[in-house]
Design a protein around this ligand. Structure first.
Ligand code: IMP
Ligand code: MG
Length: 332
């Protein structure tokens, strides 16, 4: 328990949302804080047959007892925040830090033209231009937006208080290691570092307070937007294998490649991972669908998981066997 950071070891879209929501329920998290860039992320949670696509509110909303926070490092779009909070009915347990920077219409305009749209192929959500303004010390802050006022709270103080009292905290990272501004395939990256230490900084939790870093990989690799993808297969081949996916935020078909052990090993190093989650095992091995016990897995699926553990030198503790919240093998 204590403080768990959940981050992505590939290019985003590995299923962090599902892992965060599972952990929130399984561990009865007192609070979950969203770190990362901003509403360029789309996290998907499937509960009781209903699909939720979240861009601002933490995925831990599925656990009614969990407080939901957005850390000061995140840039927010007030329209999306207020819409999600209202639709999910989490007004009484949602908060964001007054120091979150605010995306304005001009940021979105800049993000949808020039080299950001043409060369980098960003999500067009205004996060990069907003972070640029933040670095220029000209960004608007959440504390200046009257509609957000009811939700403003000191996020670092709340999180550290919960940790002092022995409660469980989840820090929800976004994007992925290889689209980090520092550790990714620059310039084809997002506008911030998004690795585990950056996620802690985003929410105001120091590195000495972290107990577990869960590094999430999908059973194959996907990437949206421009930039290198080793071992990339064609869109047609991806469809044939059932690896075709479409962006949560942009609807673009994701590019796909087989699981990459070299990238995985390096991501474990950079993030200081303590354990690994592997999602969508059922897409590689359909007979795994919905299983919740490791012993029931077929020999090929078991040996794939074993190879990941061997190559990276860390335990695979969580395995996703379907989109549903409970379709998880928990070996912790
Ligand atoms: P930006 O973050 O919108 O500036 O986009 C920069 C690059 O990161 C583009 O290639 C995007 O497709 C990619 N990207 C940003 N957010 C995500 C995400 O949540 N999942 C996957 N790719 C993302
Ligand atoms: Mg996503």
């Amino acid at each position: 328990m204590g403080c768990t950071v959940v981050v992505d070891g590939f290019f985003g879209d590995t299923g962090k949302g599902k892992i965060v929501s599972y952990l929130a329920v399984a561990d009865g998290a007192a609070v979950c804080a969203r770190a990362g860039v901003g509403p360029n992320a789309g996290h998907t949670v499937v509960r009781d047959g209903r699909t939720y696509k979240l861009r601002m509110v933490p995925c831990a909303f599925v656990n009614p007892g969990t407080r939901l926070l957005i850390g000061p490092g995140v840039v927010v779009n007030p329209d999306i925040v207020l819409k999600e909070v209202g639709e999910l009915g989490v007004e009484d347990r949602f908060g964001l830090d007054p120091q979150c920077a605010v995306i304005e219409p001009r940021h979105i305009e800049i993000d949808r033209r020039g080299h950001l749209k043409g060369k980098i192929q960003t999500t067009g959500t205004g996060t990069g231009p907003c972070n640029a303004d933040r670095a220029m010390r000209t960004a608007k802050m959440a504390r200046e937006v009257p509609e957000l006022r009811p939700y403003l709270t000191d996020v670092p103080a709340e999180l550290n208080r919960v940790l002092d009292e022995g409660g469980a905290v989840i820090i929800e990272g976004t994007q992925g290691t290889y689209i980090s501004l520092y550790h990714g395939t620059y310039p084809y990256v997002t506008s911030k570092d998004v690795c585990a230490s950056a996620a802690c900084s985003d929410v105001g939790v120091g590195p000495t307070r972290v107990d577990e870093v869960v590094l999430v990989f999908k059973a194959y690799v996907t990437r949206v937007g421009a930039g290198d993808l080793p071992g990339e297969i064609s869109h047609e081949e991806a469809k044939r294998r059932g690896w075709d996916e479409y962006g949560t935020v942009t609807g673009r078909q994701r590019r796909a490649a087989p699981f990459n052990f070299d990238l995985a090993r390096r991501a474990a190093m950079i993030n200081g991972a303590t354990q690994i989650a592997v999602t969508k095992l059922d897409i590689l091995y359909p007979e795994c669908k919905g299983l919740t016990s490791f012993e029931e897995l077929g020999p090929e699926a078991k040996s794939f998981v074993g190879r990941i553990e061997e190559e990276i030198g860390l335990p695979v503790t969580l395995i996703g066997t379907g989109p549903g919240l409970k379709e998880v093998i928990d070996r912790r």
